[in-house]
Design a protein around this ligand. Structure first.
Ligand code: ATP
Ligand code: MG
Length: 166
């Protein structure tokens, strides 16, 4: 599968949120976003922005689903928000029916996607969050396949517009 990557330094929580929001505006059914990286990296904040961009009603805003594994939000497109922090590893994801979701009717976001191991297949945008300071995060995005590369191209346009802005 063809892939391509870009790295971006987010200078504030607001930038990470806006990256999610703007990607959400252009995301469509079948898109899959795999979020990785350390605790407090910004995965949930990014997903909250994405939900807004997908037209999820404000009162439904994505809270951290850490205790529920899956939250479903109805927006312009349905958002399937997984948080795999509590699963022990690949294998358990089969029980979750995650694979059926990936090319389904909505946009799927997975926090702690590293837990999927080699179960992670198919077209996707991988987003890794790393601390680069108290308010800075290094965000590395890798697009795989047609849907992933389209999302990556959108992301490049979005971060290009951030220059000089916090
Ligand atoms: N540039 C930044 N981008 C994203 N978050 C930032 C940034 N700077 C500071 N933060 C703060 O980092 C925290 C990110 O929390 P968030 O819950 O989104 O992380 P997470 O990756 O989902 O963590 P967990 O692994 O616990 O689910 C927030 O408190 C946010 O305000
Ligand atoms: Mg989180």
């Amino acid at each position: 599968m063809r892939d391509e990557a870009v790295t971006f330094l987010s200078r504030s929580p607001g930038q990470t949120f806006r990256l999610g929001e703007m990607l959400g505006r252009s995301a469509g059914a079948g898109d899959f976003l795999a979020l990785t990286g350390e605790l407090g990296g910004g995965k949930t904040l990014f997903t909250q922005g994405l939900a807004l961009g997908l037209g999820v009603p404000e009162e439904e805003y994505v809270t951290s689903p850490t205790f529920t594994i899956l939250n479903i939000h109805r927006g312009r497109v349905t958002l399937y928000h997984y948080d795999l922090f509590r699963i022990s590893g690949p294998g358990e994801t089969v029980e979750l029916g995650l694979e059926e979701q990936l090319f389904g009717d909505g946009v799927t976001v997975v926090e702690w996607a590293e837990r999927l191991g080699s179960d992670m297949t198919g077209e996707r945008l991988e987003i890794n969050f790393e601390f680069a300071g108290e308010r800075e995060r290094t965000i590395t995005m890798r697009g795989l396949g047609k849907s992933g590369l389209r999302l990556l191209a959108e992301a490049k346009d979005i971060i290009g517009g951030f220059r000089g802005d916090t």
